[in-house]
Design a protein around this ligand. Structure first.
Ligand code: AMP
Ligand code: MG
Length: 412
């Protein structure tokens, strides 16, 4: 049995070299950038009006406030230089003509239609209602970093600097199957002694949440030949294989022996709770994660071990909760609202809920039932609280918290 950090370090030392391809901007949502994106233009590209009104030259107001309207500039029009002593009718987003240095709102003007003149009830101040070129984005500045997962906002930002295609990392395919002859799918009726397969369903969801492609191979019968066959099929078709259950040394546990026969195992026990019987290895060169059958353990080990491997192998620069370079836990701290003593010898990952109190502090509560058989704790929790062997926490202490979100970011 090895320590959690040692296991995580072994896993992160064996991430894949991510491949990238050129992707159209409209297909890039959720993908990870393979190159830094630099703006090739200023945004806005020219000084333009923030309002509908008149482009004026402030100095001209020394000689009165009635002017001839010498041009009309709508958004997209090319403005001519402002004729001396005149103003230009202008609309939101339209180019400021050379020579103008302020915009007066149309509400502060009165146009004398017959004479093509306008009079103002306001004296402008220099630069008012003008959006300066480059005020949003400067040409040559970074708009999106390398190794960043693209959000809808990023897509809009990239479009605003004229990016139509960009290099993104290829999503990985993750094949997975469940072991356990007692398992049924939710649409089937349960016989006595049978249970529903929950791992199959949350794994598909967690893999997709990471931006990878889940390849669901269903349930493998508990026997050596089927296990070998499923493992080979999975390894051939995917970048990574995940199994749940059958990892222990019981007579009905075939996964470990078959992985050892077809490939190799780096470790198969970590000093963590839940999730001790978790394995990492390879089958014919394809990465292998053997997660525990117990759904809480499978969920926690996916989150702490598989997710970092997957996201790093897909080119993500880093996570909030786990440093992908040093394989150490980072994350946040909160004030514990519970008492707990970890009497065991393993690093415990308690299921908890973090909230913000009226004073703006982060408060961590423990889920009542910490039994690893209780999947409601996973549904209710938004954090894991790591507690080292021998660690004591009392109410009011600071405790580390690890959000259960895809990048480890805090979501409340
Ligand atoms: P195992 O690791 O195969 O000994 O399984 C440990 C426990 O987890 C047993 O109680 C199994 O019935 C349960 N279990 C295994 N796989 C699943 C699954 N896919 N969904 C729900 N429970 C499971
Ligand atoms: Mg089993």
């Amino acid at each position: 049995m090895i320590a959690f950090e040692a296991g995580l370090a072994q896993i992160l030392a064996k991430t894949l070299e991510p491949e990238f391809e050129s992707i159209s901007l409209n297909k890039a949502l959720g993908l990870i950038t393979a190159a830094q994106q630099i703006a090739a233009i200023d945004v806005p590209s020219v000084d333009n009006s923030a309002m509908d009104g008149y482009a004026v030259r402030c100095a001209d107001f020394m000689r009165g406030n009635t002017f001839t309207v010498s041009q009309r500039i709508a958004a997209g029009d090319l403005a001519r230089a402002l004729e001396p002593g005149s103003v230009a009718r202008i609309f939101t987003g339209a180019m400021i003509p050379a020579g103008a240095d302020a915009v007066i709102l149309q509400e502060d003007s009165q146009s004398l239609v017959e004479s093509n003149q306008v009079t103002f009830t306001e004296t402008p101040s220099l630069g008012q209602h003008i959006r300066l070129a480059g005020q949003d984005i400067r040409c040559q500045s970074e708009v999106v970093a390398k190794g960043h997962r693209l959000s809808a906002g990023d897509i809009g930002l990239l479009a605003s600097v004229g990016v139509s295609k960009l290099q993104c990392y290829r999503p990985l395919t993750v094949a997975f199957f469940s072991t356990g002859d007692e398992l049924k799918d939710p649409e089937q009726a349960l016989e006595p002694g049978q249970i529903y397969n929950s791992n199959r369903y949350f794994l598909a969801a967690k893999i997709a949440e990471c931006g990878a492609i889940p390849l669901d191979l269903g349930r493998c019968p508990d026997d050596a030949a089927s296990t070998a066959q499923f493992l080979l099929k999975a390894a051939e078709q995917a970048d990574c294989v995940i199994t749940t259950g059958g990892m222990s040394v019981g007579e009905e546990d075939y996964v470990r022996q078959q992985v050892e026969a077809l490939g190799s195992i780096d470790f198969w026990k970590l000093a963590i709770k839940p999730g001790k019987p978790v394995a990492f290895g390879q089958i014919q060169g394809t990465a292998f994660f053997g997660l525990p059958g117990n759904p809480v353990s499978a969920y926690v080990t996916f989150h702490l071990l598989v997710r970092p491997w997957l996201l790093k192998s897909m080119g993500l620069a880093n996570l909030v909760d786990i440093d992908l370079t040093t394989a150490s836990l980072t994350g946040y701290s909160a004030m514990a609202n519970f008492e707990r003593y970890n009497r065991g010898r393993r690093l415990d990952f308690l299921r908890g809920v973090v909230r913000i109190n009226v004073d703006g502090q982060l408060i961590a509560d423990l889920f009542d039932n910490q039994s690893s058989g209780v999947l409601t704790s996973i549904s209710a929790a938004n954090i894991l609280i790591p507690m080292a062997a021998g660690q004591k926490l009392t109410a009011g202490d600071h405790c580390a918290i690890l959000p259960l979100s895809c990048f480890g970011e805090l979501k409340i």
